[in-house]
Design a protein around this ligand. Structure first.
Ligand SMILES: Nc1ncnc2c1ncn2[C@@H]1O[C@H](COP(=O)(O)OP(=O)(O)OP(=O)(O)O)[C@@H](O)[C@H]1O
Length: 221
């Protein structure tokens, strides 16, 4: 299927060219570091020299700072830039997680996995990533086949329910205004879309081959 032509795809995955550009940024594992910053959280720096516990770090624009080594955090190689699953990161520190989420958000990629978790950042604008065509992309797909999305998590829960015959739970948590209600509504809409697509299937394949009926009942606490 030609996903890249869907208007929502640009908000789900970077193009090959964009990835190549991201992955070719300069980097040196020994000297590239994250430096804590009151306003920005962390800024990129390059260690110029080390003396005892202190380092001289170049911050760009000719600015150099002398800092304690132990406040610096390791930077990941550029092949992890805007990674879809942060459990892949070589260095899983605060700076790298924040940088990855911020870099993805800068491109309006609002969903990112961290292992089994899916982190969402509220875009505060309507993105075309909840359409029927996007929902259809995720139906029956493994999580690893597709970009991070709430639909992938929902589809996995739906399939687990059918295959194992067990109730499934999704925990949607975050501070006030984070988007819990919006995302919950999208989960319900996805289940409705999956149900509808199965019914279309019934019409085509007839009663004989009708799959076992399952009910999706959602409780919200
Ligand atoms: N995925 C999204 N796409 C577009 N807008 C969103 C999305 N998620 C949240 N928003 C926007 O942010 C607002 C707040 O989101 P929401 O009501 O879901 O937050 P909440 O976590 O349920 O908050 P509270 O805990 O206070 O009820 C929404 O009214 C909507 O405008």
């Amino acid at each position: 299927m030609d996903y890249e032509n869907d208007p929502g795809w640009q908000y789900l995955r970077r193009t090959r060219e964009q990835m190549v550009e991201d992955h070719s940024k300069p980097y040196d594992m020994k000297t590239y570091v994250w430096v804590p910053d009151e306003e920005e959280g962390y800024l990129q720096g390059v260690i110029k020299s080390t003396k005892g516990d202190d380092c001289v770090v170049a911050m760009g624009a000719g600015v150099e700072k002398t800092l304690k080594k132990d406040i610096l955090q390791e930077m990941n190689p550029p092949k992890f830039e805007k990674t879809e699953d942060m459990s892949n990161l070589t260095f899983l520190n605060d700076a790298s997680v924040l940088h990855n989420l911020r870099a993805r958000y800068g491109c309006m990629l609002i969903y990112t996995y961290s292992g089994l978790f899916c982190v969402v950042i509220n875009p505060y604008k309507r993105l075309p990533i909840y359409t029927d065509s996007v929902a259809r992309m995720f139906m029956g797909k493994r999580r690893t086949e597709m970009p991070p999305h709430l639909f992938a998590v929902s589809d996995e829960a739906y399939r687990n329910m059918l295959q194992n015959g067990e109730n499934q739970s999704m925990l949607i948590t975050g501070e006030s205004g984070a988007g819990k209600t919006e995302n919950t509504k999208k989960v319900i809409a996805y289940f409705a879309a999956v149900g509808a697509s199965q019914q279309e299937g019934h019409a085509r394949i007839g009663e004989e081959a009708k799959p076992k009926e399952k009910k999706v009942v959602c409780f919200f606490l």
